[in-house]
Design a protein around this ligand. Structure first.
Ligand code: CP
Ligand code: NVA
Length: 307
């Protein structure tokens, strides 16, 4: 039984599958009239050091669906590690709320929050990873293909936080993960090395390429994300020169499996990493994926905060 949800890598394939099964059940239950108020009287503190639409709304609404409440703490509000030390913020919240969801720059800040609390801490995105996104992504893949194992997932673009969590969940669930990214924009070497034995154990093939055309061959899922993540804004001019060959456009989608779906965690920069034709076209599952954040995270909240 875990206290926190910080990274996909910390969870076993069975535990991830259990979260997925629960997400599917909660989604069905919600659509059939509403969820049981299993978190009645419970409050989730949501710490944001970066902007958000999906994460903020889905956690807030998810708590309400389960009978609880959520508290938004804006970037300037508590000044995590600036106005007050992380250890002090953690110990204050520990006695007032029942869980913390935090979106931070430095992944280590999440680890510190988790260490200084007895209540669950959930990673709502760090510079290193985005596990809630990955859970919603595989839920979307399952809804489309009826399975996750042996699905070919190809990520095209920056080796960022979203890519790391997607690779981890693919390795855990036996999906094949291919990434094509420019030189100097690889995922962290440590994340790759940690994932390799896990992939091997679960029958998942990991492939690391530079060429997006080679990468999308036989892809069932094509995935992309922004070229410039939050916090990297001063690099955006350089990135806009490097990344155009990695754009997901109609021509690239045609090189994948004919029934391939396209995913993007959003927000999308249309005309950069993805074109309008693809984002709004027949292969796109972008909004189903965004909506699945709600259902996937309700499974996390339920599992960690119910008792
Ligand atoms: N995909 C995602 O996490 O979106 P937000 O940044 O809007 O929360
Ligand atoms: N990689 C992006 C994801 C946003 C949800 C970022 O970190 O800004």
């Amino acid at each position: 039984m875990h206290k926190d949800f910080l990274d996909i890598i910390d969870y076993s394939p069975k535990e991830i599958q259990d979260l997925l099964d629960l997400a599917i059940r909660l989604k069905k239950e919600y659509k059939a009239g509403g969820n049981e108020p299993v978190l009645k009287g419970k409050v989730l503190a949501m710490i944001f050091q970066k902007p958000s639409l999906r994460t903020r709304v889905s956690f807030d609404v998810g708590m309400r669906h389960l009978g609880g409440d959520a508290l938004y703490l804006s970037p300037n509000e508590i000044g995590l590690g600036k106005r007050e030390s992380i250890a002090d913020v953690a110990r204050v919240l520990d006695g007032m709320v029942h869980g913390i969801m935090a979106r931070v720059f430095d992944h280590d800040h999440l680890i510190q929050l988790a260490q200084w609390t007895t209540i669950p801490v959930i990673n709502g995105l760090s510079d290193y990873s985005h596990p809630c996104q990955a859970l919603a992504d595989v839920l979307t893949i399952y809804e489309e293909f009826g399975k996750i194992k042996d699905i070919n997932i190809t990520y095209v673009g920056d080796g960022n936080n979203v890519a790391v969590s997607l690779m981890q969940i693919a390795a855990k669930l036996g999906a094949n993960f291919t990434i094509a990214n420019p030189q100097d924009y690889d995922m962290p070497a440590e994340a790759i090395e940690t994932c390799k034995p896990i992939a091997e154990e679960n029958g998942s093939k990991l492939t690391f390429l530079r060429d997006p055309h080679e990468a999308v061959k036989n892809a069932h899922v094509i995935y992309t994300d922004t070229w410039t993540s939050m916090g990297q804004e001063e690099e955006s001019a350089k990135r806009e020169r490097v990344f155009p060959p990695y754009q997901i456009n109609d021509a690239l989608v045609k090189e994948a499996d004919k029934d391939a779906i396209v995913l993007h965690c959003l927000p999308a920069h249309r005309g950069q990493e993805i074109t309008d034709e693809v984002a709004d076209g027949p292969h796109s599952r972008l909004f189903q994926e965004a909506h699945n954040r709600l259902h996937a995270q309700k499974a996390v909240l339920y599992t960690l905060m119910k008792n």
